[in-house]
Design a protein around this ligand. Structure first.
Ligand SMILES: N#[N+]C[C@@H]1[C@@H](O)[C@H](O)[C@@H](O)[C@@H]2O[C@H]12
Length: 451
């Protein structure tokens, strides 16, 4: 538990939750009039997802959400972060509304509220309607309008009773994985497309915030970004410059436009000829539409060295041998969470922050023979990162809450079901949920609001 003599107490009203995403947990991707998403297409394309895994069943959360909400309640969760599958409510992404899809998410929200659990809705968690991809997807400048229309529909449907909303989840991963390196849907590999997609993601975010303000919806809206602190491998000029490029590419590429109205100057060097001329001032103003809170997803850090062969930022991570690593080969480095949170405060001001994802994948067996299922490394890693959050709060960072990734073992994108992040074990053969020891450890922290 906590090696400290006195408990590490969190502020009154600190929000404790867990997070998932539609395509990773729901299953039933085409049920009740839903249209296909790019991840339905991608996972059904041979070779794209490990072991040929798809989201066709996943955790069957589309149907089992009442059971899962009961489990959330048993753990004392106060909030649940989940995403809307855009193509459930707009099967073609625009135009025709699928009322059955809207009704599904209204039932989920109402069941959460009935259980005393605050919904935290992510509008876009990577599963773009396939019909919009057919029109160019994030490469089509019209997508900002399509997203704003979708957002407006959701705000009109649920805006009276959902307290927390975010526009996008990890836009950096969408552009880097989906358009720069092609390892995530839609699987493109082009620096030119990645730069275009990045700008349109930012525009869509800004238009989504404007739609929220115009809708009169209650609650607060934010943006969720993945942040990975970059530490230079040495103080050589080459490593220091590489570290700045890596930090600009991952950590400042989205936060600088949204929170400062500017682009990190290193991006022109990273993208080279693919980096467009300065964007129109009116578009930068849309992107900078003020947000109410920032979601930070934190998993690891990287120690950076110059590497001319590493495309596009010409920087690569130096393996930290001897350190504990997760099944996703991420170094467990809790100090990086404290450093990241204080970096955000110092660079952008003390905007309210929620840790919208933090967790770790360690080996768990396919079926759980005991309840709770022992998972000492995940439990230890959870405690250390909560202590890191506490340290950031002690340093004056306005952290409002923490969402464990993830509530359930789930489809880890191109990794398939091979990586287990859940507080709750899922036996995919039976769909049986089993609490892991980390779930009970988390429940104890929530009950005490202390570590
Ligand atoms: N990998 N990994 C775990 C986790 C992923 O499952 C989430 O969908 C993303 O938001 C983010 O990448 C983090």
């Amino acid at each position: 538990m906590n090696a400290h003599a006195d408990p590490l107490r969190f502020p009154p009203g600190f929000v404790w939750g867990a997070a998932t995403a539609a395509y990773q947990v729901e299953g039933s991707p085409l049920a009740d009039g839903a249209g296909p998403s790019i991840w339905h297409r991608f996972s059904h394309t041979p070779g794209r997802v490990r072991d040929g895994d798809t989201g066709d069943v996943a955790c069957d959360h589309y149907r089992r959400y009442p059971e899962d909400i009961a489990l959330m309640r048993s753990l004392g969760l106060q909030s649940y972060r989940f995403s809307i599958a855009w193509s459930r409510v707009l099967p073609e992404g625009r135009g025709r509304i699928n009322q059955a899809g809207l009704d599904h998410y209204a039932r989920v929200v109402d069941a959460l509220l009935e259980a005393g659990i605050a919904p935290n809705i992510t509008l876009y968690h990577w599963d773009l309607p396939a019909a919009l991809d057919d029109r160019g997807g994030w490469l089509n400048p019209d997508i900002a309008d399509w997203f704003a229309d979708y957002a407006t529909l959701m705000f009109r449907t649920l805006g009276d009773r959902v307290p927390l909303w975010s526009t996008l989840n990890e836009p950096w991963v969408v552009a880097d994985g989906g358009y720069m390196h092609g390892v995530l849907a839609p699987g493109h590999r082009s620096a030119f497309e990645a730069a275009i997609a990045a700008h349109h993601l930012l525009l869509a975010h800004g238009r989504g915030v404007q739609a929220f303000r115009a809708s009169g919806a209650r609650g607060q809206i934010g943006l969720v970004v993945n942040l990975e602190p970059k530490y230079p491998a040495s103080h050589s000029p080459a490593d220091l410059a590489a570290t700045l490029r890596a930090e600009a590419y991952m950590n400042r590429q989205y936060l600088d436009p949204v929170l400062r109205g500017t682009h990190a100057e290193e991006l022109a060097e990273v993208f080279g000829e693919a980096w467009p001329a300065p964007r129109p001032a009116e578009q930068m103003a849309v992107i900078r539409e003020p947000i109410d809170w920032l979601g930070v997803n934190y998993y690891t850090r990287s120690v950076v060295r110059a590497d001319e062969s590493a495309w596009p930022q010409r920087a690569s991570a130096v393996p930290q041998r001897g350190a504990l690593h997760t099944e996703t080969a991420w170094e467990v480095y809790p100090r990086g969470l404290t450093d990241t949170l204080t970096w955000v405060k110092n660079r952008y001001g003390n905007l309210p922050i929620y840790i919208t994802e933090n967790g770790s994948a360690f080996f768990d067996p396919p079926s759980a023979e005991v309840d709770p299922l022992p998972d000492p490394l995940r439990t230890q890693t959870l405690h250390k990162h909560l202590a890191a959050v506490h340290a950031a709060i002690g340093a004056g960072v306005d952290v409002r809450g923490y969402y464990a990734w993830s509530l359930l073992d789930n489809l880890e994108w191109a990794h398939g079901y091979s990586k287990r992040f859940g507080l709750l074990h899922v036996d995919y053969a039976t769909q049986r949920r089993t609490r892991k020891a980390s779930a009970l450890a988390y429940a104890a922290v929530i009950a005490a609001n202390a570590l």
